[in-house]
Design a protein. Structure first.
Length: 114
């Protein structure tokens, strides 16, 4: 297994896999990323992130059956592994801890005088 560091883009892709559940495949992830993040992303960038996440043991994938709507092509659907869930929880905990150490930005104490 590769290193366990979770980059920001990888974290977002991993979160989107959790959001999309059984519909978490390449093009759906691109669409969800663009809708949620409000910025464009190349399919190649998503596939690279998925490959890295797989090498780190954070995702599993399986091929679905061919469908007429996809011209007889199958799609690779991704799921989060237990290690991936732990990585997401660790990333969340680190971010929350850091946010709470900034008094003007801490949750519940957010100042709008920026």
């Amino acid at each position: 297994m590769k290193g366990t560091h979770l980059g920001e883009f990888e974290e977002i892709i991993l979160l989107l896999i959790g959001v999309l559940k059984e519909n978490a495949y390449g093009l759906a992830l691109v669409d969800a990323f663009e809708k949620q993040a409000g910025r464009r992303v190349a399919i190649g960038a998503v596939h690279s992130a998925l490959s890295r996440l797989g090498e780190k043991g954070f995702v599993d994938s399986e091929m679905t059956g061919a469908t007429a709507e996809r011209g007889g092509r199958r799609k690779r659907v991704f799921t989060i592994t237990a290690a991936g869930k732990r990585a997401l929880l660790n990333a969340r905990d680190l971010r929350v801890s850091l946010w709470q150490q900034i008094p003007d930005l801490a949750v519940g104490r957010l100042s709008f005088d920026v």
